[in-house]
Write a protein that binds this ligand. Sequence first.
Ligand code: SF4
Length: 366
Amino acid sequence: MKISFPHMGYSYIAFKWLVENSGHECIVPPEPSKRTLDLGVRYAPEFACIPFKILLGTYLEVAEMGAEVILTSGGMGPCRAGYYWVMHKYLLEEIKKDLKIVAFEPPLCNLRDFIQKLHFVRAGGGISVKEFTRVLKITWEKIKAIDDIEMLSHRIRPYEVKRGDTTRSLWQALDMLDQANSIAEIEDARNEGLKILQNVNMDKERKPLKIGIIGEIYVVLEPAANHYIQIMLGEMGVETDRSIYLSAYTRNNTIVNLEEDIHQIARPYLNEAPIGGHGVNSIGETVLYARHGFDGVVQLAPFACIPEIVAKSIIPSISRDLDIPVLTLFIDEQTGKAGVQTRLEAFVDLLQKKRDTRIGAERLVV
Ligand code: SF4
């Protein structure tokens, strides 16, 4: 079968490996572009959120490239993310695109359905359970290694002497991970990639501002959807930390919750039933970033995303209580890179002035 999947950051490297080693042909989804969004906007309902439109555009692009099946995820909770794949399926049928969608719901939600879908992928490619288990393990290791490499790049970029060096090293490291075919090779590629990043020429005298990035999962994870905000901030000399990485998200939502209980942290501000998406996370993570001494937080919210709108209405109280500025960027098809850059520059200026004032006041006390 010719299989594709949604493009989400650099995870396509791991999913490409999974598909190819499960006995299928992989149609690698192109990075979302203006054309992807235009296609999605043309066929999606006007008020659908932007991840829905980008995914629809991606499915149309991979259908043109010959894909027969899309592997994607479902979702639980009150937000419409859980219905995405059903809506996409109807729309693709309406447009007369012959594309089958296989959506994996969280296994804790319906284990039997999850196993049946894994069987569909495995048996369609004609490989044994043992071999498929090995392929899944390697895919998981790739996802974790990709996250480790990307995380380090965001810590190094604000120190780079020559603009673009970190991004070039990041791609070099990702290419090596792309070539790795076993757990041992992934480990070697990961270590080598981390070394390449650590060797970027850095000015260690700098004291970068620290900004936490929170918000809805798709626009946080897909740089093309958020106008490469982490690279943009890194090149402005700001260190960023992202609340969501695919490896951590998968661990928290499918296996066991290994991290701090974000719902518990958010409770003083939102003592309600789940509000869907990452709304509760955005609240809890703002608290955590404040507690960990970050200078500010940027919330990425698709336009008309209810969970993030609820979070946005609560975040000013956290900002006040914990003295942490938060900038919300709503993203839709009208959002342009220049507009995002201007708002970020103004926010970074504000944070720098705030930090200088605090340092000045501390010196006076001493
Ligand atoms: S979390 Fe927001 S953007 Fe994502 S599907 Fe739900 S409403 Fe849409």
